[in-house]
Design a protein around this ligand. Sequence first.
Ligand SMILES: [Zn+2]
Length: 496
Amino acid sequence: MSHPDAAVVTPADGQPVVLRGGTVLTMDDAHTVVPDGDVLVVDGRIAAVGSALEVPPGTAEVDARGGIVMPGMIDTHRHMWQTAMRGYGADWTLTQYFVWYYLEHGKAFRPEDVHAGNLLSAWDALEAGVTTTVDWSHGLQTVDHAEAAADALLAVPGRFVLAYGNIQAGPWEWATDPAVQGFLQRRRDEGRLGLQLAFDVTGDPAFPEKAAFEAARELGLPVTTHAGVWGATNDAGIQLMHEHGFMTPETVYVHAATLDTDSYHRIAATGGSISVSTESEQSAGQGYPPTWQVRRHGIPVSLSMDTSVWWSSDLFSAMRTTLGADRSREHLEAHARGETVTQVHLRAEHVVDWATRGGARALGRDDLGSLEPGKRADVVLVKNDDSPVSFPLLNPYGHLAFQAQRGDVHTVLVDGRVVKSAHRLVGADLPAVRSAVDATVEHLRSTMGEETWAQGMNPALPGDEVLDNPYTYTEYKSASTHDARGSVFGDDAAGR
Ligand SMILES: [Zn+2]
């Protein structure tokens, strides 16, 4: 199909596509990098990776010169329904999040609100080169909500896993509900969505969650669980899961930040993986982002963004913050021993692996996560000729982790289909998504009332304690006092 913008490539169904002349990060077992490389896609699969490939007649061509070609990224934990409230909770703690969603306002979400949030989040993911996303969907109060969540995901040409959850009831209640089980069986038979069960284990010695694990086992579905979350889940939950035989290789432990060594041993020994949400752990309070200790146990890691009610939704941010948090901790631990770190353990290449192969491994999808012949063609081209940040391209892993950002995602293929081309989504009706999300926001605001809505977005500040300073000689007001804004720029800065 021709397009007025020559850079836009939208092949017809069945038409092969080749990305030409990029730096190809295959993320195969050897992490082979092909400079000036081509990736050929035929019938939804990677047909070949190499240099100056011969391609079938009529193959559509994407100019990848100056860019990085990589596997589609995989997010293993995102509460997509909450994207309808993008940024609202930027200043929350985990406690405020729990109060808002679990106790006070989560029930206000109707099926159409879950649909709107999922639709926005799904396009958001694709636009950022995240070709597979696990929708950790814990707002499914009714099966109607679940139908809405699934329908929204299926309306967008990405890969999605619906991780079924419901924070308004105990997992032993909803996971054994015949209506829920019927929904899961039907959606599984349709085959277009991946499925998991999503619930947390409180550590109650009576282990009421056992019934939910048994339901998952009967349905043949993996479990994903928030583990090691300060104040919510802890080592007792891991012990109960382990003693009852519910820790399996397909189990995904989200955060796993506040756990002792024994719990990491149990996770490592049973083959499960950890989904690290560094942006989340850094500001919500689950515990210190755990990769610095997880990697010492050899536990597989994948990356996730958790929720856009606070944070971004692109894995460039996840890679960057995860590298930073790991290295911060490594330096800090060394300094406490009076030592200096002269070589860091975690490399940019490792976090690119976690964002691609790590996610595929966590989801048991050997056919995703790398650019190798025969694998499903989920491919991302990171290239931005208009940006001074795009060159020189010397260290492609480092470039992805520390230089690139979501606006640099030029082309995205899912299952061989071009869903973003020349920096624009293909086939997304964003005005329609916007009006659905606007309706959800309007519904929530009017249900809560303006005062409660405003309070929810602006949690009270704790009292600031300013320490006595023996060297005090100025009346400078700190950044925590709103009326001081601009003072650092001098009195005449306002008009600039
Ligand atoms: Zn979460």
